[in-house]
Design a protein around this ligand. Structure first.
Ligand code: ADP
Length: 399
């Protein structure tokens, strides 16, 4: 059936709509006034009977092509515990009004079909039917009730679409995480073997030319880099599955920071790291994970600034027992828009993607580690003026 009009049958107000719309469809088809009234009466009597029992009915009116001619059809679907019978006055009356009347269905789900053969003289065809359909799509609401009903149904449709979109996005995200997890596990094994063989080759007693030594060092360096990327991928899938494990130890924060800065300074000789540390405190941290936080934030501070610029690291212990650590660079900074997304998985600022290598994993993992330690992470930045990343950690006892 080509549906022309559809009305949900919820209450008595819908009877008016059912009646008027049935009349209008019959009128637009060019049927006589008597036929219009008969068809509309049958439809509204059935609608009335259905509304008596349930508020979940739907009326659809449309045109169906039988073998040789077109028929006007009204189709009412509804769920009800009670089955309509000829004992229902309206239902009984409607059966008498239309030439074809059929009630089908079981287990509480029913369909009533009412059909009226259309005269050949109407010369209906697919084009005329589609014009009819368009007319009703564009027709103004009959009354304020129908207007509200349409808006409601539009809202319902939008909500359903959004829910579907959300469900699809979630599914894609789950698939992506699953892929990352499998891919990183698969990459890890050959990489470990590659690294082990490179180490063996580097420490061999057999004579090795200087050129080969250089090549081995390069393989070693690149496989270390690759290893750290694979490790980040593994961390992402672990973070997604809630499997990031922490081995917490109580440490004195200031000496831990000083150690981290020394390591990072040796890795980043093109930048000078200055530090101003406040009062010391003990913190409960997973040392390896917290090293990752410092390495990501300091690494970014260097990566996104010009060489020979300074990086300032500071810490402040507040009266509530939280220590805030700040890492300030003089680099490219970022827009307010970028700042809202930098802790998202795989996010990279658009302009940065063309100029700096990276995968957008570091800050996502960093923020996860910080929040899992009971802290918070945030950023202050201005484009071309540098960025300051702050994160805090709860102290377990002030020294
Ligand atoms: P990656 O550096 O691999 O892109 P991150 O997750 O560490 O991944 O960073 C995400 C994005 O945040 C970067 O692509 C960059 O746009 C921005 N960003 C991070 N740190 C800085 C910084 N210190 N200065 C400017 N932009 C930064």
């Amino acid at each position: 059936m080509t549906e022309v009009v559809s009305i949900s049958l919820e209450n008595e107000m819908d009877l008016v709509l059912a009646h008027k719309r049935s009349m209008k469809v019959a009128e637009k088809l060019g049927l006589t006034v008597a036929t219009q009234t008969t068809f509309a009466t049958a439809v509204s009597e059935v609608a009335r009977a259905v509304i008596e029992y349930t508020d979940n009915g739907t009326l659809a009116i449309g045109i169906e092509q039988n073998k040789t001619r077109y028929v006007l059809k009204a189709n009412v679907t509804f769920n009800s515990e009670i089955k309509l019978t000829s004992g229902d006055e309206g239902f009984y009356y409607a059966q008498k009004l239309v030439p074809e009347f059929e009630l089908t269905g079981q287990n509480g789900a029913y369909i009533i079909d009412m059909k009226l053969g259309l005269p050949r003289s109407l010369k209906l065809d697919a084009v005329k039917i589609s014009i009819l359909k368009k007319f009703f799509q564009e027709e103004q609401p009959l009354n304020p009730y129908e207007e509200i009903k349409r808006r409601n149904s539009h809202l319902h449709k939008l909500t359903a679409e959004q829910e579907e979109e959300l469900r699809r996005t979630k599914l894609i995200d789950e698939k992506k995480t699953e892929f990352i997890s499998i891919a990183s596990h698969e990459l890890k094994t050959p990489l470990t073997v590659l690294k082990a063989f490179t180490q063996m080759a580097k420490t061999t007693k057999e004579p090795v030319s200087d050129r080969l030594k250089g090549i081995l060092n390069k393989i070693d360096l690149q496989s270390t880099k690759l290893n750290s990327l694979v490790q980040q991928l593994l961390d992402i899938s672990r973070a997604e599955n809630g499997n990031l494990q922490y081995n917490l130890k109580q440490v004195k924060l200031n000496s831990f920071i000083i150690e981290q800065l020394a390591v990072m300074q040796s890795i980043m000789p093109n930048h000078t790291i200055n530090s101003t540390l406040g009062d010391d405190a003990d913190v409960m941290i997973d040392i390896l994970r917290m090293e990752q936080v410092f390495s990501n934030l300091l690494g970014n501070a260097a990566k996104y600034s010009n060489i020979n610029t300074d990086i300032e690291v500071g810490s402040v212990l507040d009266s509530e027992g939280y220590i805030t650590i700040s890492i300030k660079d003089q680099g490219i900074g970022m827009s307010a828009d970028t700042m809202t997304s930098i802790f998202d998985k795989f996010y990279r600022a658009e302009d940065v993607s063309k100029t700096h290598a990276g995968l957008g994993m570091g800050l996502y993992i960093t923020s996860k580690i910080v929040t899992d330690h009971g802290g918070k992470i945030w950023v202050e930045s201005e484009e071309h003026k540098g960025s300051t990343f702050h994160f805090n950690l709860p102290s377990c006892c002030i020294v």
